[in-house]
Write a protein that binds this ligand. Structure first.
Ligand SMILES: [Zn+2]
Length: 519
């Protein structure tokens, strides 16, 4: 395939995807996802928005240092401070990219920025020039491009390319575009911007009308050669363009698109599961490509056709997206080697110490249940990934309840500084009593927004997974944990959410004066 037939895949799960409420990840989790994205074969990883918070800065810095292969990109508003900070985070990356954005639509110019067109043009050029002083790979995004007057958009794009932008991204920031109109905008740029061939045209679509993938593909037909997307379509509101859908559309309809990507499609399902686990945001069952039912043919007439010839109803093979037909089962006598291999196949990158922990957890679990399934191994591996800065750990707990008695819980928590704190409380049930006790000890009182328990594999001895979603000072945080004891799983999930609330640092910017959510 020639360069012109190659579609660049820009993943922004860690930046735009992470802006989704409650999807925030700690550094360990971000690194895990970044390694998985590298294995998946994405060309560019947008690792964060360095000036937005110290956590974002650290994530970009560490990913730039540790994840080799893809281009590592950091986002910046079009001002000196942002661009300098982005470069500070990216400077150790073998292939850094600074992504600068500035809104261009009339509504943003008038109500958000209070800048005239000339001012926007001047700032855009200044920003790109400054970024270009640091590295050669510069992306510029006119925010809200899809609602920007076409002639002005063309002018901005021309000027930033002159100033040295190597990728120009045309974001549909608010998910307003429809495919034919969005395609026409790309065509307009192709035809009217001097020097357009000196930069890659990129698209970045939001899914507010359910059209993010359709819009992206329409733009690709007009010559856009970079698609910005996220795993599982993760993102604020209705989410971003889903990576897996774009990839499988381009691959399945190679006859129509004639494009190639560097994505290892067999890594799609493992990466999707990893992101769902790490963020706690599950994929809907009927989601294209990665949903649980995406390849399930239930209708009798379909099954009959499938048995005679698969292609009668199947346009893709489940194994092409990494959906394994037979589930791998380990038992008590499985060795360290088999476990390590399975952990790696499931997409986790654990070091020796972490693998040892997983192995010990596996042995303990094998004493409690006969067969160990992938879901059990994922749960063990995740515990390692999640083991970020935990302020509190569960030392022990005891609950009592029953018909006609008052449900009570006694909990002992260890603080990271070595203190052991104990307390007890009553509740509507044992789980409620535990949550109340943890709130009393930690001093963090939350509103429980959601609480779910489900089994993660099959059989009477299956492990239970507890998920909680809590709200504290307007911030949403999720936690999840797995155990053969659902009360223990519930306590651990709740504690994880509390720990995340306690350790997550506040954004540096004042959201009243400047928006830090972008593009
Ligand atoms: Zn976006």
């Amino acid at each position: 395939m020639s360069e012109n037939n190659r579609l660049i895949i820009f993943d922004t799960t860690l930046r735009d995807g992470e802006q989704s409420p409650g999807a925030s990840m700690n550094l360990t989790e971000k690194l895990e996802v970044a390694h998985a994205l590298k294995d998946l074969g994405v060309d560019v990883i947008e690792a964060g928005f360095p000036i937005a918070s110290p956590g974002d800065f650290d994530a970009v810095l560490e990913i730039a240092r540790q994840v080799e292969g893809p281009i590592i990109c950091g986002l910046a508003r079009c001002n000196q401070e942002d661009i300098d900070r982005a470069w500070e985070a990216l400077r150790d990356a073998p292939r850094p990219r600074i992504h600068v954005f500035l809104a261009t639509s009339a509504i943003h110019r008038d109500f958000k920025l209070h800048m005239a067109k000339e001012e926007i043009l001047r700032r855009a050029v200044e920003g790109v020039t400054r970024a270009r002083g640091y590295c050669e790979d510069i992306e510029f995004s006119p925010e809200d491009a899809s609602r920007t007057e076409l002639d002005f958009l063309a002018e901005v794009v021309e000027r930033v390319i002159e100033a040295g932008a190597t990728t120009v991204n045309i974001p549909d920031t608010v998910g307003y575009a429809v495919p034919s109109q969005y395609a026409a905008a790309i065509r307009h740029l192709k035809q009217n911007v001097r020097g357009i061939d000196n930069a890659v045209i990129s698209v970045h679509c939001h899914n507010d009308l359910g059209l993010a993938v359709a819009n992206s593909l329409a733009a690709v037909r007009e010559g856009a050669r970079q698609v910005e997307c996220t795993i599982n379509g993760l993102g604020e509101r209705a989410g971003n363009c889903a990576l897996e859908e774009v990839i499988m559309a381009v691959k399945t309809r190679a006859d129509y698109f004639g494009l190639d990507t560097s994505i290892q499609t067999r890594r799609i399902c493992p990466t999707s599961r990893l992101v769902a686990h790490v963020t706690g945001i599950q994929v809907q069952r009927n989601k294209a490509i990665v949903g649980q039912n995406a390849f399930a043919h239930e209708a009798g007439i379909h099954q009959d056709g499938m048995l005679k010839e698969r292609t009668t109803y199947e346009i893709m093979k489940p194994e092409d997206v990494g959906l394994t037909q037979t589930e791998f089962v380990l038992g008590k006598h499985s060795g360290r080697h088999a476990l390590r291999a399975r952990v790696q196949e499931l997409g986790y990158h654990l070091d020796e110490g972490q693998l040892q922990q997983v192995f010990e957890g596996f042995k303990t679990l094998a004493d409690r249940k006969k067969l160990i399934y992938d879901a059990d191994i994922e749960a063990l591996a995740e515990t390692q990934v999640h083991s970020g800065p935990a302020l509190w750990t569960l030392d022990s707990f005891h609950t009592s309840d029953g018909t006609g008695t008052l449900p009570m819980a006694a909990v002992s928590l260890m603080h990271v500084d070595g203190r052991k704190l104990q307390d007890a409380a009553c509740g509507d049930g044992p789980v409620d009593a535990i949550f109340k006790t943890i709130e009393r000890i930690s001093g963090i009182v939350v509103k429980l927004r959601d609480y779910q328990v489900r089994n993660i594999s099959v059989g009477e001895d299956a492990q239970g997974e507890a998920r909680v979603e809590v709200e504290h000072n307007g911030r949403i945080q999720r936690g999840h944990a797995v155990s053969t004891d659902i009360i223990e799983a519930s306590a651990l999930a709740f504690l994880q959410a509390i720990n995340r609330l306690a350790t997550r640092r506040q954004p540096k910017l004042n959201p009243q004066t400047e928006t830090i959510r972008a593009v």
